[in-house]
Design a protein around this ligand. Structure first.
Ligand code: ATP
Ligand code: MG
Length: 180
């Protein structure tokens, strides 16, 4: 499973329809400050079901919609389409490629699609649960978060590693057994 393609339309600074192709392995996005690198990561998180707009560096739900520049009027709709290669069937759908689309209108109306079929936020979250790509998968580490992790006290860093590796449930069980 890997991220194959990303299509943005009206998302944050990407007013024009923008398509980005990714390859298996390491991909690097470079560019000057403020050119939209982090917005690309925000778009992936958003399409995969991030429901807290503050985690996308925004205050309100419509902050993800292109808000206009001196030369261009604001848009009324943001749309992100994420295509995931699923040849290894890590996602529990029998398709070689799975696409997840999220749209939000300035009126507040929001839509999700899985392979172009209307879906709920919960369907998208369920699709990625347990694959490491979901909200708590640590597969997306934001700017500044790495420094936070490195600055953690040893015990807290250990807890984070236990959580990321799926070991935390054993710690919980151990603690439960000890209190009995
Ligand atoms: P750095 O290298 O400093 O981390 P970056 O490439 O990660 O920069 P981003 O944070 O992705 O840059 O992009 C910031 C730009 O996106 C700012 O110019 C900001 O005005 C613009 N932006 C954010 N939200 C919107 C929006 N809703 N509409 C239009 N532009 C937006
Ligand atoms: Mg950035």
């Amino acid at each position: 499973m890997y991220l194959k393609r990303l299509e943005l339309k009206g998302f944050k600074s990407f007013a024009e329809r923008t398509e980005i192709e990714f390859m298996p392995g390491v991909n690097v996005i470079v560019g000057p400050n403020g050119c939209g690198k982090s917005n690309i990561v925000d778009a992936i998180r958003w399409a995969l079901g991030e429901s807290n707009v503050r985690h996308l560096r925004g205050q309100r739900n419509d902050d993800v919609i292109f808000s206009g520049t001196d030369k261009r009027r604001p848009l009324g709709l943001a749309q992100v389409d994420v295509a995931i290669d699923n040849c290894d069937r890590v996602l529990p759908l029998d398709f070689a490629e799975v696409s997840v689309t999220r749209k939000v209108h300035r009126s507040g109306e929001s839509e999700f699609y899985i392979n172009r079929v209307p879906a709920r936020l919960k369907d998208v979250q369920d699709l990625f649960a347990g694959t490491g790509l979901g909200k708590k998968g640590y597969s997306i580490i934001g700017q500044g978060e790495l420094e936070q992790i490195l600055n953690l006290k040893p015990f807290d860093r250990r807890l984070l590693l236990e959580e990321a590796s799926g070991l935390i449930k054993y710690r919980h069980r151990m603690e439960e057994a000890e209190t009995k």
